[in-house]
Design a protein around this ligand. Structure first.
Ligand code: FPP
Length: 228
């Protein structure tokens, strides 16, 4: 393995709506175009031996505040995407792992989520964690409640393993120009390298991700220690 290659990449896929509006299209067209990039980036990561996990922010606990029609569109798009991409998951040995509070979703969508999760369960290449009805604060509260219910001691280790996602993030990318974490993987990103880029998500490319990964490899990560 090359030095400093990110094993866990997390992405906040922002800018779909603006991408569409800039072209005189409805916002939802941006989400459709964004779904294509999800496929491209996931496939790219699955072919990169050092990348073990890719965590994508598809729907946050706060996204329910959007207009009803946009939320409904996103739900349908997600269902369609998961069904259509089963071949991509299987053909590239990708394990699909939803994270977040899935209890918020409709039965048909849940059935599709569970179907893809089950069918890809034995794939042992890239893990694609799809954050669905995900919020970092919600994840931490659910994890703490789980430990309390089990009467388990709360330590960094026990809390970490009770989270939906227990793997620390090496590289976090946010597209769309904003420089904030928006309640995403706050615990897991304690020592992540953060890249905020202006590119709108539907314009993001494997080329740009490669450039970011290259920049990442040049960073000396000290994790609070001293220069080696
Ligand atoms: C942010 O763009 C994006 C989302 C809230 C949803 C992310 C969804 C996708 C990338 C497409 C669907 C995903 C899958 C897995 C099928 P925004 O709407 O906030 O853009 P804006 O900031 O320009 O308004």
């Amino acid at each position: 393995m090359s030095v400093n290659t990110p094993q866990h990449i997390a992405i906040i896929m922002d800018g779909n709506g603006r991408w569409a509006q800039l072209q005189g299209l409805k916002r939802v067209k941006g989400h459709e175009a964004g779904a294509e990039i999800v496929r491209e980036i996931t496939t790219y990561c699955s072919k990169h031996d050092d990348i073990e996990q890719l965590t994508l922010y598809a729907f946050s606990t706060e996204n329910w505040k959007r207009p009803k029609l946009e939320v409904e569109f996103l739900m349908k798009l997600l269902e369609r995407y998961l069904k259509n991409e089963l071949d991509t998951y299987m053909g590239n040995n990708i394990r699909f792992n939803p994270i977040g509070d899935l209890s918020g979703f409709s039965r048909p969508l849940l059935t599709t989520i569970e179907m893809v999760q089950e069918k890809t369960r034995h794939n042992n290449g890239l893990v694609q964690n799809l954050a669905l009805n995900y919020g970092s604060k919600d994840e931490i509260v659910r994890a703490v409640n789980k430990l309390v219910k089990e009467n388990s001691e709360i330590t960094e280790e026990s809390l970490n393993s009770a989270l939906d996602c227990s793997s620390s993030v090496d590289l976090l990318v946010r597209t769309g120009g904003d420089r904030r974490l928006s309640n995403y993987l706050l615990w897991q990103s304690a020592y992540a390298e953060l890249f905020f880029i202006n590119t709108l998500w539907p314009d993001f490319s494997t080329y740009e991700l490669e450039t970011i990964i290259h920049q990442f490899t040049t960073i000396e990560r000290r994790f609070g220690g001293l220069k080696s």
